[in-house]
Design a protein around this ligand. Structure first.
Ligand code: NDP
Length: 294
C-alpha cells in the first residue's frame, strides 16, 4: 500500500503557487485577493476559514474574512456579496457553508459573480465543468484530481465508484472522473443513501471516492483488493488525546482498508490539505484572468 500523501503534495504545489503569486503581484501591482464570508459560530466552519486565510497568507495572497452574526438577514448578506462582486481589487469570493436556516444557500451561491466563484459552486461553473470547458472546479474534487495527477495514476478505462452525491463533492467528482480528460475517462457509478447493494457496488471500484460524512463507513469487506481509495470524510469527535480537544476521522476504516488497497489517502493529511490547494489555484486563476477575462 502506498499513501497518497496530502502533506507532501500540497507542500510542493504550495511552493509553485507562491512563485506564481509573486510574479503576478509584480504584474498586477497588488497581491491576488481572496475574500471569505463566514456567518455564525460553527466551530468547524471557523477552523476551515481560518485555515484558508492562513494558507492565503503563506503563498503571498491577500485575504479578508467578513465574519457576521448568525442573525444577519439574507438581504444584508446578498448586498455584501454584490459589493464584493463590484470591487475590482478582489479576485475570489467564498461563502462558507452551511448557512443559518433563514438564508437560502442557492440564492447566495447564484449571487456570487461566477468569475469570482473560486469555490466553483455557481451553476455557470458547474455547467461549464460538465461540458469540459474552462471553469472553476469545486475545490475538493479539484484537489483530488491534483493529487491523482501528482501520483500519475492511470485511471483511463477504470471503474470509479463515488459514495455520496453532494453538490460540492460527490456529484462534481463523478462528472470529473467520467470526463474525457486526464485524470478521468473512468466508468463512473455514483452511489447514495438510496443505492441498493452498496457493498457490491463499491466492490466493483478500481477507484473509490468516499464522501459520506460517517466515521469508518467504508470497511475492508467493501473494497476490492488493489483499489485506489480516496477518503474525503472529515468527522470531528471530541477527544482528550489532542491539544485542540477534538480528533478527525475519515469515512474509511483506514486501519483495515489500507491492508488491501494499492493507494489510500489518510485523514487527516489527505484530501483536506488538497482542498486548500484547489481553492488557492482557483484564486490564482481568477487573479490572472486566465479562465474568465477581467
Ligand atoms: P453531504 O452530507 O452533503 O452528503 C453526504 C452524501 O452521502 C449524500 O449524498 C448521502 O446520500 C450520502 N450518504 C449518507 N448516508 C449514506 C449511506 N448510508 N449510504 C450511502 N450514501 C450515504 O456531505 P458532503 O459531501 O458535504 O461531505 C461528505 C464528507 O466529506 C463529510 O465528512 C464532510 O465533512 C467531508 N468534507 C471534506 C472536505 C475536505 O476538504 N476533505 C470538503 C467537503 C466535505 P443522499 O444524497 O441520498 O442523502
Amino acid at each position: 500500500m502506498k499513501l497518497l500523501d496530502g502533506k507532501v503534495v500540497s507542500a510542493k504545489l504550495k511552493e509553485d503557487i507562491k512563485k506564481e503569486a509573486a510574479e503576478l503581484t509584480i504584474k498586477l501591482g497588488r497581491k491576488p485577493h481572496l475574500v471569505a464570508i463566514l456567518v455564525g459560530n460553527d466551530g468547524g466552519s471557523e477552523t476551515y476559514v481560518a485555515s484558508k486565510m492562513r494558507n492565503c497568507q503563506e503563498v503571498g495572497f491577500e485575504s479578508t474574512n467578513f465574519h457576521y452574526e448568525s442573525t444577519i438577514s439574507e438581504e444584508a448578506l446578498l448586498n455584501k456579496i454584490q459589493e464584493i462582486n463590484q470591487d475590482d481589487q478582489i479576485d475570489g469570493l467564498i461563502v462558507q457553508l452551511p448557512l443559518p436556516k433563514h438564508i437560502d444557500p442557492e440564492k447566495v451561491t447564484e449571487a456570487i459573480d461566477y468569475r469570482k466563484d473560486v469555490d466553483g459552486f455557481h451553476p455557470i461553473n458547474l455547467g461549464r465543468m460538465q461540458r469540459n470547458l474552462p471553469c472553476f472546479i469545486p475545490a475538493t474534487p479539484y484537489g483530488i484530481l491534483l493529487m491523482l495527477d501528482h501520483y500519475q495514476l492511470d485511471l483511463a478505462g477504470k471503474k470509479a465508484v463515488v459514495v455520496g452525491r453532494s453538490n460540492i463533492v460527490g456529484s462534481p467528482m463523478s462528472i470529473l472522473l467520467g470526463r474525457n480528460s486526464n485524470p478521468g475517462n473512468c466508468t463512473v457509478t455514483l452511489t447514495h443513501s438510496k443505492t441498493q447493494n452498496l457493498k457490491e457496488e463499491v466492490l466493483q471500484g478500481d477507484i473509490v471516492i468516499a464522501a459520506i460524512g460517517r466515521k469508518n463507513f467504508v470497511t475492508a469487506d467493501m473494497v476490492k483488493e488493489g483499489a485506489i481509495v480516496v477518503d474525503v470524510g472529515i468527522n470531528r469527535e471530541t477527544s482528550t488525546e489532542t491539544k485542540s480537544g477534538f480528533k478527525l476521522f475519515g469515512d474509511v476504516d483506514f486501519e483495515e482498508v489500507s491492508k488491501k488497497v494499492s493507494y489510500i489517502t489518510p485523514v487527516p493529511g489527505g484530501v483536506g490539505l488538497m482542498t486548500i490547494i484547489g481553492l488557492l489555484k482557483n484564486t490564482l486563476e481568477a487573479a490572472k484572468g486566465s479562465i474568465y477575462q477581467k
